[in-house]
Design a protein around this ligand. Structure first.
Ligand code: GLP
Length: 240
């Protein structure tokens, strides 16, 4: 696992954008695994900027998002579909047919999502944020790692953390559909961005803790190509 600390959150996230840019430059038809949350926004801003400057084309890029809430209208600005439209899809030349988000609510639909990723040749670069409790995608702490795309019941701490986007915690969906740990681990390269002091414990446990489904991100210790980018706050316990 590679670990890089930046002076501030924006720099860490922009560095993730640079790695995605390099990936697409090397392989024009890259398969990207994309993430939502407030963390990756500066990475998307950089990619949009490079696209507008004419030095980055998404014409042949294919994308698969990590997760989506269950029971939320995709037109709702708080859905992950709407998030991706706002921050990336509507601003670059991705082809509609090459954009995928998990939206299945049944096991069969979840399996179909994994099959689409497999048939696309697998994910070249998976962008990840991290939950305060160490979740990646919406793989919440639990008794076992779940391999494929699946329906998840959100942890109370995740509902609390994500309530800041909603009018009240009651409005946060209780379930989500998420890529599984196996799908994430199958990506050829993983780029995880963590910023802010509330992520410091998760970052420390991811890198120095035991590998356990109680801290889902800890599995990344076994990934052959995982780059972790943080600001000073999220690296707070690493430097202690
Ligand atoms: C959500 C998403 C995760 C994301 C996490 C952190 O729970 N499912 O993919 O990493 O939030 O979000 P933020 O970047 O806003 O802290």
């Amino acid at each position: 696992m590679e670990f890089h600390v930046y002076d501030n959150a924006r720099a860490a996230c922009e560095a993730a954008g640079a790695l995605i840019m390099a990936q697409i430059t090397r392989k024009g038809d890259s398969v990207l695994g994309l993430a939502t949350g407030s963390t990756p926004i500066p990475a998307y801003e950089k990619l949009v900027g490079w696209h507008k400057e004419g030095i980055l084309s998404f014409e042949h890029v294919r994308t698969f998002n990590l997760d989506e809430y269950v029971g939320i209208d995709y037109a709702n600005p708080l859905s992950y579909h709407a998030f991706m439209e706002e921050h990336l899809f509507s601003k670059v030349n991705l082809k509609r047919k090459n954009i995928h988000l998990p939206d299945g609510h049944s096991a069969t639909e979840c399996q179909a999502y994994d099959r689409m990723i497999y048939e696309a040749g697998g994910i070249d670069l998976q962008l990840l944020g991290i939950g305060r409790n160490g979740h990646i995608g919406f793989n919440e702490p639990g008794k076992e790692f779940v391999y494929g795309t699946h329906i998840v019941t959100l942890a109370e701490s995740t509902i609390e953390a994500n309530a800041r986007f909603f009018k009240s915690p009651d409005e946060v969906p209780r379930q989500a559909v998420s890529m599984g740990i196996g799908t994430i681990m199958s990506a050829r390269c993983v780029v995880l961005v963590a910023t802010g002091k509330e992520k410091a414990d998760a970052v420390y446990n991811m890198i120095h803790g035991p590998i356990t489904p109680e801290v889902p991100c800890s599995i990344l210790q076994l990934h052959p190509c995982c780059v972790v980018l943080t600001d000073r706050e999220a690296a707070g316990r690493m430097e202690a």
